[in-house]
Design a protein around this ligand. Structure first.
Ligand code: HAM
Length: 436
């Protein structure tokens, strides 16, 4: 009987070697920019107690209501959830380890998140985020600095000019201001109750803000005429937003204020933002974040302001592939080709010597003709092949054969075995210099 074919979980992707170079490049570029602004890495577990996300993200959000991978640990009955985002978990960790005892902290992370959404291009059930959390800083300067950092990040990835996502900004004010707006929203929607669909009816008393996100065409007029939070903002909230904007303008970071921008997580106040591209279809939000000044206290810590954001890695990679995929350096410098049983040991030794020079070396393993080994060397992407056969060994030399047309290595050469590693390394370094 044929065995049933096993496949991965729907909406969860394998990252294959053809793609992993670009991911690694993006990861190291992003990490470098984060470090330039003084952020240090934090790694928290992928699993957390369910209550953390329910309390942190908010009970009546889409994520908590219908997107969490939640299960009971059969071994001890604990209620666990695969993290749908990482802000709540970082806050948990910061409180648990009392990280703010000696002042503010700037933290970054990268890793997988899990949301049981309907998969489509740019929306997956396991996806990855680069994230930043700055904890303990109340002023608009840190909000603005994060936006400037993201702007720099796009540039460092080659996403400049009209390739860069655009910034949309809003203020969600204070809790009291949001409550006053919420009351007005409920009154507005109640006076138009007959137009609301079932989903909106349900949300009216739990989370009326989410009604504003509805795509139902019949409800658009009543959504368009709904009161705006902007009209409920007090002086302090307006001043905070104005201060962020002033710094952005001083730094030439473009933005639009979108007074309808609300975020899908409940913890935000004051500044919220999204970076959006039109080049990826419906899932064009590459980055989202904002201030969450009450979350730390709400989760049981001493009151401390905070702000942060997360970038969707899959969406960033898709954008890079669409407009600015960089030319990545070759993954391999040397492919060692050998024949004759007695050559294996010497070839392996040479490969180790080359690695000792910092080169990336793949030695052919297993029986194969010279022709087929050369074909593999060519396909490997290596800059050169090093050939070692009985003849070469007898004469104490190896043949170095360039595999790429461009660059500093021009012709096949015989080199004494003892010098080979240093010679190849010298030739390749010279090539890298020329190319850079
Ligand atoms: P978020 O807006 O839920 O915010 O997610 C941030 C980014 O993750 C999105 O803009 C998007 O690029 C990506 N993303 C979200 N869901 C998916 C998905 N299903 N498939 C692919 N990509 C996705 C947060 O998660 C907050 N924790 C950000 C934050 C940090 N706020 C303050 N600090």
């Amino acid at each position: 009987m044929a065995k049933e074919k096993l496949t991965g979980v729907k909406g969860m992707n394998d990252l294959l070697p053809d793609q992993s170079g670009l991911w690694e490049w993006a990861e190291s570029s992003v990490a470098e920019v984060f470090r330039q602004y003084g952020y240090r890495a934090i790694r928290t577990p992928i699993l957390e107690p369910t209550a953390l996300f329910v309390r942190g993200i908010g009970e009546v959000t889409d994520i908590v209501e219908k997107e969490m991978y939640t299960f009971t640990d059969a071994l001890n009955g604990e209620q666990l959830t695969l993290r749908p985002e990482n802000t709540a978990a970082v806050v948990r960790s910061v409180i648990e380890h009392n990280l703010l005892y000696d002042g503010p902290k700037r933290l970054w992370y990268v890793g997988p998140m899990f949301r049981h959404e309907r998969p489509q291009r740019g929306r997956y059930r396991q996806f990855h985020q680069f994230g930043i959390e700055a904890l303990g800083m109340p002023g608009p300067d840190i909000d603005a600095e994060q936006l400037i950092m993201i702007h720099r990040l796009w540039q460092s990835l080659g996403l400049d000019g009209d390739r860069a996502p655009r910034l949309e900004l809003n203020s969600l004010g204070t809790l009291a201001e949001r409550q006053a707006h919420r009351k007005a929203l409920i009154e507005h929607f109640q006076t138009h109750a007959s137009i609301l669909d079932a989903d909106a009816q349900r949300r009216l008393l739990t989370n009326p803000l989410r009604i504003l996100d509805s795509k139902n065409p019949a409800m658009q007029p009543v959504i368009q005429s709904a009161p705006l939070l902007t009209d409920f903002l007090g002086d302090a909230s307006r001043t905070h937003l104005a201060a962020v904007i002033k710094i952005l303008e001083q730094h030439g970071v473009g933005y639009t204020v979108n007074s309808r921008l609300v975020r899908g997580l409940d913890y935000y106040n004051l500044t919220v933002f999204e970076w959006i591209t039109d080049r990826l279809g419906a899932q064009g939000t590459v980055c989202g974040g904002g201030r969450y000044d009450s979350l730390i206290e709400q989760m049981g810590g001493a009151s401390a302001p905070a702000c942060g954001f997360a970038i969707g890695v899959e969406r960033l990679i898709a954008l890079l592939q669409e407009v600015a995929a960089p030319e990545l350096p070759s993954v391999l410098d040397v492919y060692v080709v050998h024949w004759g049983e007695a050559s294996v040991g010497a070839a392996m030794q040479l490969a180790e010597q080359c690695r000792g020079q910092g080169l990336r070396v793949q030695m052919h393993c297993g029986e194969a003709s010279l022709k087929s080994q050369m074909k593999k060397a060519d396909q490997s992407g290596a800059e050169c092949a090093v050939l070692m056969g009985e003849d070469e060994r007898a004469q104490g030399v190896v043949t170095v054969k360039p595999l790429r047309a461009e660059g500093g290595m021009v012709q096949q050469d015989r080199v004494p075995i003892g010098d080979a590693a240093a010679v190849i390394s010298g030739l390749l370094k010279c090539k890298i210099k020329k190319g850079s």
